[in-house]
Design a protein around this ligand. Structure first.
Ligand SMILES: Nc1ncnc2c1ncn2[C@@H]1O[C@H](COP(=O)(O)OP(=O)(O)OP(=O)(O)O)[C@@H](O)[C@H]1O
Ligand SMILES: [Mg+2]
Length: 218
């Protein structure tokens, strides 16, 4: 079996940036590694996401939305993640169950435990082997998003701002609640430092799971 790593954190925390760098480095070092994010190019998972994201679906209920996310997640898991794990791959997954817990469960108010339950049914208890949380003060995350979008800080409306703060609070709860699975990385550092911290955590996990790169196998 391979190693299932998920990367979590609020918008702008630097997940995609670090995922790509870490995947490239592991590849160069001869590890079998796969970067993915939901819906992961899986046809049915994409069709489900289209329903969620369709702006015409204004009557979509919050719980229906959470169930659809869970269904999409399952399809991505069984079609893409689990087969790769069986082949011994390290999976670097950009957001997974904890995003639903923080966004739908906490920030949207459905309840973390409620959303956890339906997701447990969906993933059939296949939790990540480790979840790396990119921890960033909310105002720093917002600065990055705005810079990225070319907006001034004050262009963000109040609803967006309070939602962003809620997501951050949600992750604060999750890191305490699932302390065994979560590894926290200070994301308010240079991209190089964040990369080094994340890479070190994954290499440690590889050793723990007795995963070797090609050069060591020879
Ligand atoms: N350590 C860092 N320091 C400063 N800026 C960073 C750092 N890491 C990433 N950035 C920049 O912040 C912005 C957001 O980064 P990125 O897209 O990786 O975040 P994300 O967590 O994937 O966001 P989303 O949840 O929206 O997908 C980008 O412009 C990126 O270049
Ligand atoms: Mg991203």
């Amino acid at each position: 079996m391979g190693l299932f790593i998920t990367i979590e954190g609020a918008e702008g925390s630097g997940k995609t940036t670090v995922c790509k760098k870490v995947t490239d480095k592991l590849n160069q070092e001869g590890y079998k590694v796969l970067y993915t994010r939901e819906p992961g190019g899986v046809k049915i998972a994409e069709q489900i996401r289209d329903i969620i994201l369709d702006v015409k679906n204004t009557e979509l209920d919050a719980r229906s939305e959470a169930l659809l996310y869970a269904a999409s997640r399952r399809q991505h898991l069984v079609e893409k993640i689990e087969p790769a794990l069986k082949e011994g791959y390290i999976i670097i997954c950009d957001r997974f169950i904890d995003s639903s817990l923080a966004y739908q469960g906490y920030a949207r108010g459905i309840g973390i435990d409620e959303v956890y339950e339906i997701n447990m049914f969906a993933i059939n208890h296949r939790l990540p082997d480790a979840t790396i949380l990119l921890d960033i003060p909310p105002e720093e995350g917002l600065k990055r998003i705005n810079k990225h979008r070319g907006f001034e800080m004050n262009r963000l409306d109040l609803e967006q701002l309070s939602f962003h703060l809620k997501v951050h609070e949600g992750y604060e709860i999750l890191k305490k609640k699932y302390a065994n699975r979560f590894v926290i990385v200070d994301a308010n550092q240079t991209p190089e430092k964040v990369f080094n911290a994340v890479y070190d955590i994954i290499i440690k996990k590889c050793k723990e799971y007795q995963l070797c790169n090609n050069s060591k196998n020879i």
